[in-house]
Design a binder for this molecule. Structure first.
Ligand code: PLP
Length: 371
């Protein structure tokens, strides 16, 4: 958590102890700061404060969208999602639209194929569309603006899971999408708090019923300290982004990638040819060995990395993202994923490169002995 966000959280737990729904003064004081936070987020996104609903995070936000669509779209409506959505979007859609979820293909670089989407849209219209802003596994930026425009022209509601975008790139303009989700813990805020931006004038069918909080759209006493802390973090990130902080960090990521390819022959960057988030690298490692070995060894060097597959008892199941991009299970089994944060320095990327080279030697030796 950002120090400022931590302070905002502690400060709020001491100052705003009232229940925002209570009519007494301490309740109203909490309600007032919650409203101010709503206005601040609305200004950042470019929408009305009334369009913002506080949630427990992006998984809840995604579920709330599909819950709403389940209740408001025609009974036979299809929902179209990109094939690389986060599991919380895929599962939320499958649960509410069984047999009516259509997955939109991506190019081998991991970008939603706008051409195909436009073509299919000529013959058939879905009830709703969901495409993320940037992918959490590859960092590949998605054409959410183009898809949104096409949906808007065809009057199709559009949901953008912007979890990987908000707090890393400028959030301005995101509110043009009907629904947008974000999550505090992705940009230096606390876990367990997020938001859902809804279309103005649309009454969200509440997924969580109870009290009439959030204008009847999400019941439950609001997490005032969490919201204030989240907004403090986002405010700070937006300032850093406006000052060009993302540009410098992207150059460090690029340097890491070009050196990785040059110094670890056989390695390859996923989505190398297309724009990606400055903090995410998905790369194929040279040895076609179970990636858990890499994870364990890199962990000893102080690097917590992820893989591109679930590797259990030596059999890999490729991630749905890599599968959608056309990677065979064996290739996906060579993928490691690295994510940096705002605090990560150039030297950290170079230390990771060094760690990878050392682990490669050990894993490579083990692989040749096994053969
Ligand atoms: N969507 C994306 C793209 C994510 O990366 C994540 C979390 O990693 C989520 C949704 C879920 O967010 P939360 O942890 O707030 O439920």
């Amino acid at each position: 958590m950002l120090p400022g966000a931590r302070e905002a959280w502690i400060d709020a737990t001491e100052k705003f102890i009232g229940n925002p729904s209570s009519p007494h003064r301490i309740g109203q004081r909490a309600d007032r700061v919650l409203q101010e936070a709503r206005e601040e987020l609305a200004t950042i996104l470019g929408c009305d404060a009334g369009d913002i609903v506080w949630t427990s995070g992006a998984t809840e936000s995604a579920n709330a969208v599909f819950h709403h669509w389940e209740r408001t779209l025609p009974a036979d409506a299809e929902v179209w999602l990109s094939a690389i959505e986060h599991p919380c979007v895929l599962a939320a859609a499958e649960a509410r639209f069984p047999g009516r979820v259509v997955l939109l293909p991506v190019t081998p670089d991991g970008v939603v194929d706008v051409g195909r989407f436009t073509e299919v849209l000529r013959h058939k219209a879905p009830g709703a569309v969901a495409v993320m802003a940037a992918n959490n596994e590859t960092g590949v930026i998605q054409p959410w603006r183009e898809i949104r425009e096409l949906c808007s022209a065809a009057r199709i509601p559009f949901f953008c899971d912007a979890v990987q975008w908000v707090g890393k790139l400028s959030s301005r303009g995101l509110a043009a999408c009907d629904f947008v989700s974000g999550s505090a813990h992705k940009f230096g805020g606390p876990r367990g708090v997020g938001f859902l931006k809804c279309p103005s004038g649309v009454k969200l069918s509440p997924m969580i019923s109870g009290g009439g909080q959030e204008d009847g759209r999400r019941a439950g006493t609001e997490n005032v300290a969490g919201v204030l802390s989240m907004i403090s973090a986002l405010r700070e990130r937006e300032v850093t982004i406006a000052a060009g902080g993302a540009v410098e960090r992207e150059s460090w990521r690029r340097e890491f990638e070009s050196r990785l390819i040059a110094e670890l022959p056989g390695s390859e960057i996923v989505g190398a040819k297309v724009p990606r988030l400055w903090n995410t690298v998905s790369a194929l490692m040279p040895e076609a060995d179970c990636q858990q070995r890499w994870v364990v060894k890199l962990d000893r060097f102080g690097f917590a990395v992820s893989t591109g597959s679930a590797c259990s008892s030596g059999r890999e199941k490729a991630s749905h993202v890599l599968s959608a991009m056309g990677y065979a299970p064996a290739a996906a089994g060579r993928v490691l994923r690295f994510s940096s944060g705002w605090e990560t320095k150039r030297e950290d990327w170079l230390a990771l490169l060094d760690g990878l080279k050392q682990v490669s030697e050990v894993v490579g030796r083990a692989a040749s002995v096994a053969k």
